[in-house]
Design a protein around this ligand. Sequence first.
Ligand code: 9MG
Length: 279
Amino acid sequence: MQTHLQCGRYRLRVDATSRPLVMGILNITPDSFSDAGKYHALDSAISYAEEMIAAGVDIIDIGGESTRPGSQPVSLMDELARVMPLVYALRDCGKPLSIDTYKPEVMREAIAAGADMINDINGFRAPGALEAVAELDCALCVMHMQKDPQSMQLKPEYQDVVADVSAFLSERIAAMEQIGIARDRICIDPGFGFGKSLAHNIALLKNIEHLQTTLDLPLLAGLSRKSMIGAILDKPVAQRMAGSLAGALASVANGARIVRVHDVAETVDALTVWHAVNQ
Ligand code: 9MG
């Protein structure tokens, strides 16, 4: 597998010689900084990013649209209005900025303004998405999702979840290569919780090594505070941190090289210890 992910201005190590990377979640949706009120939400988001940096975050993932099951899409204008001020404010923070979006227009504007990575839960399937990123200087996270956030958890069905997700990712990687995207810009993601039952998620978690070796690209795992952690523990979102840390450790033990998390400081500590004993 490749040793590095070419991430815009940054070249990130993704092999086993370094600690798995921690991608910190920075959502700027109306509910994320609601305590701060509309005019202080940006300041609060910037302070939160600074806390993540102090805690050792490797990539900051900025999202302007909620992707939780049942969530509704936002307009292009609203998404740009939420995301772009953060890109301008954080582009010189010393860490790569990832943009969680499936809209080609947001991809173009954010990368032109200084972001380094596009994280697309839709696997770059929107018309024009692949063409947009092909000509940009940025890393790409291609994720599997069955259906869309409005309907994905209604009745997820697979013949064989590991084979189906692998086939989907393989087809997307081929489409990316076909349009001229270099492999060292790509990481893959099975999309935990995106159109999957608990059994599907566990099968994928157990088969991370298989997915990664078959597709031969670094794998990103996002389990943080998700309903699969809640279902295993029977706990609400506010009580899922320890379970999320266990999920992050399980995913890196099975081969994931990047984890997408809310609790950056705790995850960095956990992965630093894990790496020290697994080098
Ligand atoms: C935006 N988003 C929410 N969950 C995610 C996950 O598991 N992976 C990626 N790449 N993005 C996610």
